[in-house]
Design a protein around this ligand. Structure first.
Ligand SMILES: [Zn+2]
Ligand SMILES: [Zn+2]
Length: 397
């Protein structure tokens, strides 16, 4: 029971003094702004240290000195983005209340200030903004699905999630292959990028050896398929194992004992996903002697079945979100969306407002990622604010 409806929120909180609601850790407003800022500086740089570390590791190559400096500058800027969003909450709340509303309202307490503070996304360079928006739109979809489920209008099952993922993957891989021909490509973040459509043509091939001239890869097909499968299987397993072992790093024997066969699930999903995709594309190239972007439709659909090994709601929606991202970038390029409109930035603001509002008012259906993100960036101040809300409401029942 941590659901705050408009009615209950306003009954319990609209006349509350601000120190019991939005800064429960200190009684004076002046201290609140300063302590919030300090917590957010610490939290934001801690959060982005993890993000940048993972990004550098995922690139899988050593950085030169110039690249290191470049990454460090980006890290400093991202940190400013995080700490501005976090620390402006208390301040913006004051400003809006002083100017327009004398009390706390359901929509103006969290939704409004957190929508406005989303403008801090301008601290990030444009390509990172696109990636952050992709993530946040996906989280909003997750939030909506969870809300529908809680209202009883929809029931989630691993089977349904897999089907959504398969359909999404089919369309997304097709659009990704089309997008490869584009000169102004939108930054996409996915398990692997399908190769561009090969222009070579040749005779159909029987048997299993060698490669078709149309195949979008070098070497023979079996090697190509197995190499991808094993690599991504390894990545998936490594990710799960690290996540299991790191919290228990001080007790290595216990850590090793905690490893189970079920930790291979993510590896099966990753490896199966790329393996099936490559298999289907190669089979079609060999059968027809030419390559086509359309092969991505059956290949992506069938590859998506590997998701059944490790289903999760946010990932099941991700191909759909990225499909919308490609269509959006085509819309920009075709001139359907005027270039000077800040669609990406405004979309980010709306998503951030909705999600942070959900964090405080509807914790049960709020995506886990947002809860963890806000805890880290504000050094648990967000949790203190949320529990102050809930306590007030429980007392007014
Ligand atoms: Zn105050
Ligand atoms: Zn092949």
């Amino acid at each position: 029971m941590v659901e705050a409806s408009k009615f209950w929120f306003e009954k319990a909180c609209s006349h509350a003094p601000c120190n019991t609601l939005i800064h429960p850790w200190t009684s004076t407003c002046k201290d609140a702004t300063a302590t919030m800022l300090l917590s957010c500086i610490k939290g934001s740089y801690k959060f982005y240290a993890m993000v940048y570390l993972i990004q550098i590791l995922m690139k899988g190559k050593k950085l030169g000195k110039d690249e290191m400096i470049e990454q460090f500058k980006l890290y400093l800027k991202s940190g400013i983005f995080g700490l501005t969003v976090g620390s402006s909450f208390v301040t913006l709340n004051y400003i809006f209340r002083a100017l327009f509303f004398s009390q706390f309202n359901y929509y103006t307490t969290v939704l409004l200030p957190c929508t406005v503070s989303g403008l801090a996304v301008y601290f990030e360079p444009p390509y990172r903004r696109v990636m952050v928006v992709n993530l946040f739109v996906n989280l909003v979809f997750e939030y909506w699905v969870r809300t529908l489920e809680m209202k009883g209008w929809l029931r989630r099952t691993p089977g349904k999630e897999t089907l959504i993922f398969m359909l999404g993957s089919a369309v997304f891989f097709y659009l990704m292959r089309k997008e490869r021909e584009n000169r102004k490509r939108t930054p996409l973040f996915w398990f692997f990028t399908p190769p561009r459509v090969s222009k070579e043509v040749g005779e159909p091939i029987k048997g299993v050896n060698g490669r078709s001239p149309a195949c979008p890869h070098k070497g023979n097909c079996i090697n190509y398929i197995l190499r991808g499968t094993i690599q991504l299987f390894g990545v998936g397993c490594a990710m799960t194992i690290l996540r299991t072992i790191i919290p228990r790093i001080l007790t290595p024997t216990k850590a090793l004992k905690s490893l189970k066969l079920s930790h291979l699930k993510l590896g099966v999903f990753f490896g199966g996903y790329i393996g099936i995709y490559r298999l289907v594309v190669c089979l079609l190239c060999r059968a027809y002697g030419k390559d086509s972007a359309l092969y991505a439709l059956p290949a992506g659909f069938l590859a998506g079945a590997a998701f059944r090994a490790s289903p999760s709601l946010p990932i099941s929606l991700a191909p759909l979100t990225s499909t919308l991202q490609i269509l959006g970038s085509w819309g920009y390029q075709a001139g359907y969306i005027p270039e000077q409109w800040p669609v990406v930035e405004l979309l980010y603001c709306v998503c951030q407002g909705l999600l942070f509002h959900a964090r405080v008012m509807h914790e049960d259906v709020c995506p886990r990622y947002i809860i963890n993100l806000m805890t880290t960036v504000t050094s648990t101040k967000a949790d203190q604010i949320q529990s102050a809300f809930i306590q007030r409401m429980l007392r007014s029942l």
